[in-house]
Design a protein around this ligand. Structure first.
Ligand SMILES: Cc1cc2nc3c(=O)[nH]c(=O)nc-3n(C[C@H](O)[C@H](O)[C@H](O)COP(=O)(O)O)c2cc1C
Length: 222
C-alpha cells in the first residue's frame, strides 16, 4: 500500500504539515509506504488548458503533459493507493497552490464522455482512497458561516469522483482555531485572545493530531 500526503501550506513544520505527518504515521502503522510532498517547494502552475490530455488517441495516460516540477508528483500519485491533501484555509478557500494542483491532477483523468451506465470515463490505472485535511484559524462554530464544510466536501467529492476506488466517499478532517504564530506578542493581532488560544492549543491540538493519525490509518486499512 502506497500513500501520498500533499502539503498545500507554505509553512513547513506548522499546522497543516504536522497534521499530514500524523496521518502519514497512522498510515505507516498499518504498514503503508508513505511520502509527504510540499507543493510550495515546487515550481508549477495550474492547468494551462493545452488539451494535450484530450487529444484523440492521447498518450498522456491520465497524467498532465506539462513537464514542470509537479509532473513527477502526479506520476507518483497515479501509482499510489491513497492520497491525502492538506491545506490551510485562506479566505474561506483552500490555498491557491492546492487548487492549482487539483486542476493538474484531475483534468487529465476525466474524459469528456460517459460509459453505457452514464459513468464518466476515467483514465486511471489505479483507483484510490482520498482524504482532505484542512486547518484554519476560526473556531469550529464559525466554519459554517464561511461555507467551509460544504467547500471541503465538494473538494474531496471531486477527488473521489474522479480518482476514487468506490470504497468511500472520501474523508474530510478539520483542525480549527489553530495556533498561528510562535509568539503572538510580536504581531499586531488584537482580535485574538492569546490565553484562550494557548489553552485551545494545549487541549485540542493533541486530539487533532490523533484524529489525523486515525484518518491515515483508516485510509490505509486493507
Ligand atoms: C492569507 C491567509 C488567509 C487566511 N484566511 C483564513 C480564513 O479565511 N479563515 C480561517 O479560519 N483562517 C484563515 N487563515 C489562517 C490559517 O488558515 C490557519 O492559521 C492555518 O492553520 C495555517 O496553516 P499552517 O500553519 O499550515 O500555515 C488565513 C491565513 C492566511 C495567511
Amino acid at each position: 500500500m502506497k500513500a501520498i500526503f500533499v502539503n498545500g501550506s507554505p509553512r513547513k513544520g506548522w499546522n497543516t504539515h504536522q497534521m499530514l505527518e500524523a496521518a502519514a504515521e497512522g498510515a505507516r502503522s498499518d504498514g503503508a509506504e508513505t511520502e509527504v510532498v510540499h507543493l510550495y517547494d515546487l515550481n508549477f502552475t495550474g492547468c494551462k488548458s493545452c488539451f494535450a490530455c484530450k487529444l484523440v488517441n492521447s498518450k498522456t495516460n491520465g497524467i498532465c503533459a506539462v513537464r514542470d516540477d509537479l509532473r513527477p508528483v502526479l506520476e507518483k500519485i497515479m501509482d499510489a493507493d491513497v492520497l491525502v491533501v492538506g491545506s490551510p484555509i485562506y479566505y474561506s478557500h483552500l490555498t491557491g497552490e492546492t487548487l492549482s494542483f487539483q486542476e493538474r491532477l484531475i483534468f487529465p483523468v476525466m474524459h469528456y464522455g460517459a460509459d453505457e451506465n452514464g459513468n464518466i470515463i476515467r483514465d486511471l490505472p489505479k483507483p484510490k482512497r482520498c482524504g482532505l485535511i484542512a486547518t484554519m484559524n476560526c473556531p469550529e462554530q464559525f466554519m459554517e458561516r464561511h461555507r467551509c464544510p460544504a467547500l471541503l466536501e465538494e473538494f474531496v467529492g471531486t477527488l473521489t469522483w474522479l480518482l476514487g476506488d468506490g470504497s468511500s466517499k472520501g474523508e474530510v478532517l478539520c483542525a480549527c482555531d489553530t495556533w498561528q504564530f510562535t509568539d503572538y506578542s510580536m504581531y499586531d493581532v488584537p482580535m485574538f485572545d492569546v490565553e484562550k488560544k494557548a489553552e485551545q492549543r494545549e487541549r485540542q491540538w493533541p486530539i487533532d493530531l490523533q484524529n489525523a493519525f486515525d484518518m491515515g490509518k483508516r485510509l490505509c486499512e486493507a
